[in-house]
Every structure is written in C-alpha cells, then in structure tokens.
Write a protein that binds this ligand. Structure first.
Ligand code: DQA
Length: 148
C-alpha cells in the first residue's frame, strides 16, 4: 500500500537552513531518495511539505480514502506545538513514525516535548537524512509483514 511522507514548516529550506544542524541535503534530494527506495521495495510513496498546519491536517484526513497504509512525518516545529496534528493522526488511525533530522533531545529544552510521540509507532531523531531512510525501512517492513 501507499506511504505518505509529510514534512512540516521550514523544511522547504533544507540545504540552506542551519546546515550545521540539518545537513546539506535539500528536500528534493531527500524525497527523490525515498521515492526510489520505496519503489525498489514495491511501494508507492508520495510526499508533501507545507508551512501551514491546516494543509497538513487536511492531507492527513485525505489519507483515509487514498489507500495510505503508513505515514512518515517530520512535523518540524509543529511537533512541539500542534494538538491539531496530534488529533488528525489519532482521528485517521493510520500508523505513523515521527522523525527528526536533528537530535531534539540535545537542543533547546522546548524541543524535548512532542505532541505526537506517544501516538507514534516509533520515533527516530538525530540521524540526519538517515532518520528518513530508517523510518522508511521500518514502514516497509511493517507493511510487508501486514500483507504477508
Ligand atoms: C526538526 C526539529 C524541530 O525541533 C524543528 O522545529 C524543525 C526540524 C528536525 O527535523 O530536526 O523544524 O523537526
């Protein structure tokens, strides 16, 4: 089934935004790698970046009816603020992994709290682009196990 990747606010600036924290890969680089890896494993992957909370909420709602079996989400700063994203993910009941490029536990204290983590299948942070790759690998292994 389909995998949906959601990128939250400011992730469109990857590559130029605080490269010492977030690395040099652009969002297009990351998405291209994910699409290729998913395809190689026989899965379709679609990604969306938005700086707007409601766009992410509405995309999560739409995932109910478009065959999405798993969501990977880097919620950006909405991680630490958004009850609306939490409620959307809880409402659609599609399993998801929360991921972050940076190690949110090694930064400002306000980044240690997430409104999503306790609902997530798992949480990956601090591994840069590998956070996305590893999250995708875990999603694929869960989807394949469910289909077997
Ligand atoms: C982030 C971590 C968040 O705290 C921050 O607001 C981001 C990116 C990460 O990928 O490391 O925008 O989610």
């Amino acid at each position: 089934s389909r995998i949906l990747v959601l990128h939250g606010p400011n992730l469109n600036l990857l590559g130029e935004r605080e490269p010492e924290v977030y690395g040099r890969a652009t969002l297009a680089d990351i998405d291209a790698g994910l699409v290729e890896a998913a395809k190689a494993a026989g899965h379709a992957l679609e990604s969306l970046q938005s700086n707007a909370e409601h766009v992410l909420v509405e995309r999560i709602h739409a995932a109910r009816a478009d065959g999405t079996g798993f969501i990977l989400i880097n919620p950006g700063a909405f991680t630490h603020t958004s009850i609306a994203l939490r409620d959307a993910l809880a409402g659609v009941r599609i399993p998801f992994i929360e991921l972050h490029l940076s190690n949110v536990h090694a930064r400002e204290p306000f980044r240690r709290h997430s409104y999503l983590s306790d609902l997530a299948v798992g949480v990956i942070c601090g591994l840069g682009v590998d956070s996305y790759r590893l999250a995708l690998a875990a999603a694929i292994s869960r989807l394949d196990a469910a289909a077997a």
